[in-house]
Design a binder for this molecule. Structure first.
Ligand SMILES: *Cc1c(COP(=O)(O)O)cnc(C)c1O
Length: 415
């Protein structure tokens, strides 16, 4: 499928768009069309993903069926809450957050590129880095370099980020997440470094991460027949994938975004005017985003904001805590702070008389946020096996000063 930038009309192939990540004009790639598909229920997630993504890869050099088989090795099960409310559990991958789906699909595409990159750079505020590292771990011919802000991720996240070893190199940067992103951008802008180290990106704006996220919404819609969805949202990647699945003809009705105290999206949808804000720190830290990157795709598809078929509501930290406590008391289910935002938004929808099947995307396993969740429910949360395995490994991250020259030196001396 041909793709083009949100800021231009020059066409590239989907594989080229995946290889590039960001378009050269600074825009985000979008596919030329969202083909309508008819899928059947009762197949595996990998088969649903293949059927859904085949139209995009039809004239491409990458075999999407092989990519889906390799990437989608775990499920996204529905878990009934009460009545017609369910959780869509997206945390059964190796790093226990939904980003495993996109990261693994992208990694399987990247290693099949005609000229695969040799060094994948990722700046992370927590979950992305681990998902990308896990997806590329021990893949021959490619190394991953992770930058995370020292002291600004949870203890378990930090351990996880440094626990891979082998072809994964982890740096803890003396600075903020924005510093990490700035270092990565500067490295890409350095032509010499880019070619000598064969730099590639696994950025969350890549179509290689966005497109596969449609698969679990499609699978859930086929299973339930018809559903409405609440998506806990930061950069709008997961929710946009849900909207794209709906536009491809899947039986998805309402899509409601749940944000934490970062209100940029609710304010945008209410006022129709996009005003990015500085991000504020919350308990749902993977959604601490004040300028959601995928808004640019949304605005491209819906130039008139009044026609955007999404609603959004914001949930503060006190309500996140209450929701984690209440969900445990009422259903015996421990949820992460991001999922709690979604559950609260669903509670408000039902209180207003919302009907039909509703599904809340459960974006991370609660054990990843043990220091928040455990005191609230008065229990330890059992750690899922894949995460336990990582946490049992030794962990090392090299310290890095937040300067371009220090990162340049580190990159040139990597084995
Ligand atoms: C990344 C992340 C989100 C936000 O997803 P977006 O695609 O950025 O909207 C929500 N929850 C968790 C646990 C995450 O890791």
């Amino acid at each position: 499928m041909r793709c083009h930038s949100t800021r231009g009309t020059e066409r590239v192939s989907l594989v080229e768009a995946i290889a590039q990540g960001l378009a050269p004009d600074g825009g985000l790639y979008v596919p030329e069309s969202l083909p309508r598909v008819t899928l059947s229920a009762g197949t595996s997630l990998a088969d649903t993903a293949t059927a859904l993504l085949q139209p995009y890869f039809a004239d491409e050099v990458i075999d999407v069926a092989a990519v889906c088989r390799a990437a989608f090795t775990f499920d996204a099960p529905l878990r009934k809450l009460s009545g017609s409310n369910s959780l869509l559990e997206l945390f059964h991958g190796p790093t226990a957050a939904f980003k495993d789906f996109g990261a693994r699909f992208l990694a399987e595409c990247v290693v099949r590129l005609p000229q695969p990159p040799k060094t994948i750079l990722v700046a992370t505020s927590g979950d992305t880095g681990a998902a990308v590292a896990a997806a590329f771990h021990r893949k021959p011919g490619v190394r991953v370099v992770i930058l995370y802000p020292d002291g600004r991720v949870s203890a378990r996240q930090a351990h996880q980020l440094g626990a891979f070893g082998d072809n994964v190199h982890t740096f803890r940067v003396a600075g903020t997440f924005d510093d990490c992103q700035r270092l990565v951008k500067a490295a890409f802008a350095d032509e010499g470094l880019r070619t000598s180290r064969g730099l590639g990106s696994a950025n969350s704006i890549s179509l290689g991460r966005l497109l596969p996220q449609m698969a679990y919404y499609a699978q859930a819609a086929l299973t339930l027949g018809q559903l409405n969805v609440v998506v806990p949202t930061g950069n709008l990647g997961n929710a946009l994938a849900c909207l794209m699945a709906k536009r491809m003809g899947l039986p998805i009705g309402d899509i409601a975004l749940a944000t934490n105290a970062n209100r940029t999206l609710p304010d945008f949808l209410k006022a129709g005017r996009y005003a990015p804000q500085p991000s504020v720190a919350t308990l749902a830290n993977a959604m601490d985003v004040g300028a959601p990157s995928n808004v640019e795709r949304l605005q491209y598809w819906y130039p008139d904001a009044a026609t955007i078929p999404l609603t959004a509501d914001s949930v503060d930290d006190a309500t996140i805590r209450d929701t984690i406590r209440r969900t445990w008391k009422e259903s015996g289910i421990a949820v992460c702070p991001h999922t709690a935002c979604g559950l609260e938004v669903l509670r408000r929808i039902r209180a207003r008389g919302g009907q039909g099947n509703w599904v809340v995307a459960a974006t991370a396993h609660p054990a990843k946020f043990d220091t928040v969740v455990e005191p609230l429910i008065g229990q330890t949360v059992p750690v899922p096996p894949a995460l336990a395995e990582l946490l049992a490994r030794p962990s090392t991250a090299l310290p890095l000063e937040a300067s371009d020259s220090a990162f340049h030196a580190a990159l040139t001396t990597l084995p």
